[in-house]
Design a protein around this ligand. Structure first.
Ligand SMILES: C[S@@+](CC[C@H](N)C(=O)[O-])C[C@H]1O[C@@H](n2cnc3c(N)ncnc32)[C@H](O)[C@@H]1O
Length: 331
């Protein structure tokens, strides 16, 4: 068996990553090493500091550690610690974007609210070049459509290899007009999670077998066709990032916005009070907050009904639905 010289920094990182790390290290590495050295010792470490003191003590007695064990335990402990920190919301919301155009990220998300949040480490942006997963010398990612027809199709094997290389339990979303339309409700769920991996299509899109073989959520950003999934990914990411804790600031939670309650938002006004002969509705200048709230609610309903009958219908449907799912008559 070969032995490696342990670096104090590595082991300190390891021990402090996880409460279990110290115990596991002692059982898997320190105990056999101590035995080999023939050193008699009491070694029950319950803190990183005590653990480090023990390591120094062992080192002074010439103990070294198996080369293959230390990196493995270190990697496992780091992964365990990363997942625990993700679950505890201590790590940045992570966006990985699989694309043929990594230079498009963070793009506009590097400015304004999202850009500041990126700088503050509230989210991370990792573009991944799809072409790096091609297997031929031409680095091909696409091929002609089975059955003929125009355009090219992204290969399932190449895209799957890219996804597998970044898989860590975050949801994987593919941008495609065939997907489920993105909603504020889904955006909220995604923003509350550890982050997303987004696949950006190009050409005619993805080989369908990809969606059979991997757990991928197909997402559309609307009933129109973009030239690639990158713009859709930017839209999706922007919608999520503004909801991350601390991004919009304490003043706004975003709860009031259109779609949050199933309705469009009420209209806004600001100074000057009279502009081109048009005045701000009197109620908004009244200072009577109950009346203002009632006016806003009413306008949200009127505008949703006239501009988005589809939303209104869904809203009304949900409103008259009893908790058991049975419809009831409105009062
Ligand atoms: C030219 S489009 C492919 C359109 C596809 N052949 C179709 O008709 O459904 C190329 C890529 O742009 C992206 N894309 C285009 N429109 C989109 C939309 N409305 N929502 C999400 N992604 C879209 C997808 O990633 C898609 O694979």
């Amino acid at each position: 068996m070969s032995y490696c010289r342990w670096s104090e920094g590595d082991l300190h990182a390891y021990a402090s990553h996880t409460a279990d790390g110290v115990r596991r290290y002692v059982a898997q590495v320190a105990e056999p090493a101590i035995e080999r050295c023939g050193v008699e010792a009491e070694y029950v470490e319950d803190s990183a500091d005590a653990f480090l003191a023990r390591l120094k003590w062992l080192k002074a007695r010439g103990c070294e550690f198996p080369a293959d064990v230390v990196p493995q335990i270190l990697a496992a402990a780091q992964e365990e610690a990363r997942l625990a920190r993700l679950a505890a919301g201590e790590l940045p919301w992570a966006a990985t974007i699989v694309t043929l155009y990594p230079e498009m990220f963070p793009g506009p998300l590097g400015t304004s609210l999202a850009g500041r949040a990126l700088g503050e480490g509230r989210w991370s942006c990792e573009p991944v070049q799809l072409r790096d997963f091609a297997t031929d010398k031409h680095r091909s990612v696409d091929d002609t459509p089975a059955g003929g027809g125009a355009g090219m199709v992204l290969r399932a094997d190449v895209v799957a290899a890219a996804i597998d290389s970044v898989a860590d339990g975050r949801p994987v979303l593919a941008m495609t007009p065939r997907g489920r339309p993105l909603t504020q409700e889904r955006v909220r769920e995604l923003a509350a999670g550890p982050g997303v991996t987004v696949l950006c299509g190009r050409f005619e899109g993805f080989d369908e077998r990809l969606f059979e073989a991997r757990a991928i959520e197909e997402v559309s950003i609307g009933d129109y066709i973009l030239s690639g999934g990158e713009m859709g990914a930017l839209v999706l990411l922007d919608a999520c990032i503004r909801l991350l804790p601390g991004v919009m600031g304490a003043a706004s939670s975003g709860d009031d916005e259109s779609f949050e309650t199933g309705l469009l938002e009420y209209p806004h006004y600001t100074r000057p009070q009279i502009w081109e002969g048009r005045t701000i509705p009197q109620v908004l200048r009244s200072g009577d907050h109950a009346k203002i709230d009632a006016w806003r609610k009413r306008r949200a309903e009127i505008d949703t009904r006239s501009r988005r009958p589809d939303l209104w219908e869904r809203h009304e449907g949900a409103r008259v639905q009893s908790p058991s799912g049975a419809r009831r008559h409105e009062d």
